[in-house]
Design a binder for this molecule. Structure first.
Ligand code: SGN
Ligand code: CA
Length: 524
């Protein structure tokens, strides 16, 4: 096997912590990963939107730990990110490059190694890989993307079947996690992966929050009207525009407008989803949206006004879902506090990628532009991390596996990522990476984002869009370069690849990309 872990218990690593190896107590690990949770929707990150929809429990993790300002993924999509988390590998190395099948199940995954070394391991919530979970003592996973209301879960005891559970996904997933923690063997350390489905599309809030934010007008991102003037065709041919692609019924819950251009497949899907609700849930739902839907229909808005109202409706539902996520993080923290586990448990809060909250006029993710390439990352571990620290080093989701292995006293070899442990102590090694490699492959696919790869330093980002066009893009092969100066143009509005003053930077970045491709053996 090409990628291997050395599973020997490694006292050398333990000593590297400056702790006495004999007294080193391996920490418990809780990896909380929410689906599509934009950093812009976490108040600790300080965006204008998040100030109106605060997340006090997630913020507590940041206040008592370290917030990473420059955490990124290597491929902004769920299944690839999940495979990367488990293996520590890039998409082309573990095979899960798109949402379809691809994961090389023979590869070792870090929970399996933790399990073999004496950890109790479990995963609850979204799984999203075509294979069965391995390396977990217990699991309860959603079917595919999972449902918000009364979702179906497969568990160790369900005979391979998905079984409907009554309730709201975010709460149920947390219930399972806390129940597992309560019944664990207290003599052994644990590794718990708590993977929420929320706030993934189609953003269905919990009953009690259906009216939250009704009177709030969320501020608009400064790039809401981006016209992609300096960009390649890729930004112009995507299908993730709030104005054009966000549907009335499925996305915005305005059923009266289902025949005003919505995709019939999504309308049918939405009808099916609604049937999952029990009568009380359905009533609450209809009541909550009645007035605002009537207002929306009566207003008959067009153009900019329509975009703004769609954005408001999108933000309200998205942030309502986030509110439930934050509540449940609070429940987990309370449990750990009550059980005296807050000191020796590393709690990681992150997402499987970033997400657009109207920036560039979009929802969804996939692009290497900051809002989807970047992801939230907050880590609380008082034994190593002092309170209230802000980290600005370039970190990436390939770093999780080496971090967890090091914390568990295990050694990893041949992994492309870096353990974050030295950063916890605010001592960035001089040799820390100064660039990130990114590659998106899922085209043709939902939202029509063209294939691209790139490298990013703290200062510049180079993106290369490539490949044949399909469907509506048939005949439009693309081979386009974009370069952004992240310091002078943090919103990435000015592609300077063709600007004569930046040809040295362009060439330097092209050399970086070419070297990365060689080092990582990229074939595509
Ligand atoms: C579904 C969504 C897409 C989303 C992908 C991937 N469509 O296909 O909007 O981009 O998931 O999301 S939906 O009609 O099913 O809602 S991911 O987080 O799993 O990568
Ligand atoms: Ca996702």
């Amino acid at each position: 096997m090409k990628y291997s872990y050395n599973i020997a218990l490694c006292s050398g690593l333990v000593l590297a912590f400056n702790l006495n190896a004999k007294t080193y107590q391996r920490p418990n690990i809780i990896h909380i990963m929410c689906d599509d949770h934009a950093f812009q929707a976490i108040s600790a990150y300080g965006s204008a939107v998040s100030k109106l929809a605060p997340t006090p429990n997630i913020d507590r993790l940041a206040n008592e730990g370290m917030i990473f300002q420059r955490a990124y993924v290597e491929n902004s999509l769920s299944a690839p990110s999940r495979a990367t988390l488990l293996t520590g590998l890039y998409s082309h190395q573990h095979g899960q490059k798109t949402l379809g099948k691809g994961f090389d199940e023979r590869l070792p995954v870090f929970p399996e190694l933790l399990q073999k070394s004496g950890y109790q391991t479990a995963i609850f919530g979204k799984w999203h890989l075509a294979c069965e979970p391995k390396g977990f003592d217990d699991y309860k996973i959603l079917f595919d993307q999972g449902d918000y209301y009364n979702p179906e879960f497969k568990s160790k005891d369900s005979d391979g079947k998905y079984v409907r559970e009554e309730g709201y996904a975010t709460t149920l997933i947390t219930d399972y996690a806390l129940n597992w923690l309560s019944n664990r063997d207290k003599k052994k350390p644990f590794c718990l992966m708590l993977h929420q489905k929320a706030p993934h599309r189609n953003w269905m809030p919990e009953e009690k929050y259906l009216n939250l934010f009704n009177d709030v007008e969320f501020p608009y991102p400064s790039t809401l009207y981006d016209n992609y003037a300096t960009r390649s065709d890729a930004a112009k041919t995507q299908e993730m525009s709030i104005l054009k692609d966000m549907t009335y019924a499925y996305d915005l819950k305005i059923d009266q407008l289902a025949d005003s251009g919505d995709s019939p497949a999504l309308v049918r899907y939405w009808e099916k989803i609604k049937k999952r609700m029990n009568p009380a849930q359905e009533n609450a739902w209809v009541e909550a949206y009645r007035k605002q839907n009537n207002d929306f229909v009566t207003a008959k808005l067009k153009g900019e006004d329509l975009l703004k109202l769609k954005y408001q409706r999108y933000m309200r539902d998205y942030l309502r879902c986030v509110k439930s996520v934050d509540d449940q993080v609070g429940r987990v923290l309370n449990y750990l506090e009550k059980e005296g586990l807050l000191n020796n448990t590393i709690i990681v809060y992150t997402s499987d990628q970033g997400f657009y909250l109207g920036e560039h006029s979009w929802f969804d993710k996939r692009f290497m532009y900051e809002e989807s390439f970047r992801t939230p990352l907050i880590i609380r571990y008082p034994k190593m991390i002092k309170k209230g620290l802000v980290n600005t080093d370039l970190v990436q989701n390939i770093d999780f596996a080496p971090t967890y292995l090091e914390l568990a006293g295990l050694k990893s070899t041949n992994l492309p990522g870096l353990s974050l442990v030295p950063l916890f102590k605010s001592k960035t090694p001089l040799s820390w990476r100064d660039e990130l490699y990114y590659h998106y492959y899922d085209y043709p696919g939902a939202h029509s984002v063209r294939k691209h790869e790139g490298v990013s330093t703290k200062r510049y980002k180079l993106i290369h869009f490539y490949g044949e066009g399909y469907g509506k893009d048939k005949g439009k092969n693309i081979d386009a370069w974009e370069l952004y100066d992240l310091v002078n143009d943090p919103n990435e509005l000015n592609n300077i690849a063709e600007n004569t003053s930046y040809q040295d930077e362009l060439n330097n970045m092209k050399v970086r990309l070419s070297k990365k491709r060689t080092a990582l053996n990229i074939k595509e």
